[in-house]
Design a protein around this ligand. Structure first.
Ligand SMILES: Nc1ncnc2c1ncn2[C@@H]1O[C@H](COP(=O)(O)OP(=O)(O)OP(=O)(O)O)[C@@H](O)[C@H]1O
Ligand SMILES: [Mg+2]
Length: 290
């Protein structure tokens, strides 16, 4: 039985009608069924989802993946989604959001979440993008980093207003901040660049997760191989196969000129293949929502 086409916001179309059909042409009918199932699952789910994004190496693409995944979840699912800068080492999530907005950094929420009465009280702390993804971001000053206690408070508070929190964690699973995120995580996304050293660095982070008894979360995780250049000499299939033995699914994000520029993330500016890759990533992650 054919399913009705999913209605998407304009910014997600690649182009307006043809892009899902394009996936059929590429032989990916499962994807469309998966998207329908994911949308249905999210709409019927009541459990807040905490998606923790980890990498192994600086510059692996954690913040970009957080923003891309969060944007698609917010856009396709028309649901309240917030990205949370959880990188204890000078997070840069704010740089992925359109310039010209100002938001108070999240460390100023310390001890104050109890005084926030409604979503509008949180508004001065939020950035937002064209697909409706909100973000709580950290200060540009390293000495204003928030500690684990603040994150515990924020993480618990956010699910009053948001169905999904996508946390941009750093490279270490053992920091106080990472522990707070991991203790609540319902989904894990692990990111490697399409480079050997970055891949080995990610494996070290995965070992930390195993040592911390997060084996189940890891076994159910989605791995992202980020920034794949067509001309690269790296054996991406080998990285893919190695990761597949450790996690539930592996997704590939191409190298994209818009992302390489390092400006604010604008879904509409991505190459069609990159758009599809992010939507596939979102569908894969959401397939496990309950
Ligand atoms: N798929 C991609 N194609 C091209 N450039 C990319 C891609 N993904 C990320 N980049 C660029 O690579 C740089 C590093 O990405 P990002 O900031 O997401 O990494 P990170 O893992 O969060 O780094 P950090 O460890 O500093 O937090 C950024 O300039 C980003 O725009
Ligand atoms: Mg980052």
């Amino acid at each position: 039985m054919s399913q009705p086409e999913i209605e998407l916001p304009d910014a997600l179309d690649v182009p307006r009608r043809g892009w899902l059909r394009g996936l059929f042409d590429r032989g990916a009918p499962d994807f469309v069924a998966q998207m329908h199932a994911a949308v249905a699952a999210i709409r019927s789910s009541r459990r807040p989802e905490y998606i923790a994004v980890f990498g192994g190496k600086g510059g692996a693409g954690k913040t970009t993946t957080t923003t891309g995944l969060g944007s698609v979840l917010a856009g396709v699912m028309r649901d309240r989604v917030v990205a949370l800068d959880s990188n204890p080492d000078k997070g840069t999530l704010r740089l992925k959001f359109p310039a010209g907005q100002s938001a108070r950094p999240l460390h100023l929420l310390a001890g104050r979440t109890g005084q926030l009465r409604s979503y509008s009280d949180l508004r001065p702390f939020l950035l937002s993008n064209g697909l409706g993804l909100d973000a709580l971001t950290s200060s540009r000053h390293r000495d204003q980093a928030a500690d684990g206690v603040v994150y515990a408070e924020i993480l618990d508070f956010l699910t009053a207003d948001y169905r999904m929190v996508v946390a941009d964690c750093g490279t270490s699973a053992t920091s106080d901040t990472a522990r707070e995120v991991l203790s609540r995580a319902t989904q894990l996304v692990v990111v490697t660049p399409a480079q050997i050293d970055g891949f080995y660095a990610l494996l070290e982070t995965l070992d930390e997760l195993v040592d911390m008894r997060h084996r189940d979360l890891l076994g159910d995780a989605v791995a992202v191989i980020n920034g794949i250049h067509e001309s690269s000499s790296v054996d991406v299939d080998k990285i893919h196969a190695d990761l597949k033995r450790r996690v539930r699914a592996v997704r590939r994000i191409p190298h994209d000129p818009h992302l390489a520029a390092g400006a604010a993330f604008d879904f509409a500016e991505l190459q069609p293949a990159t758009k599809v890759a992010y939507v596939e990533l979102a569908a894969t992650v959401t397939a496990r929502f309950r």
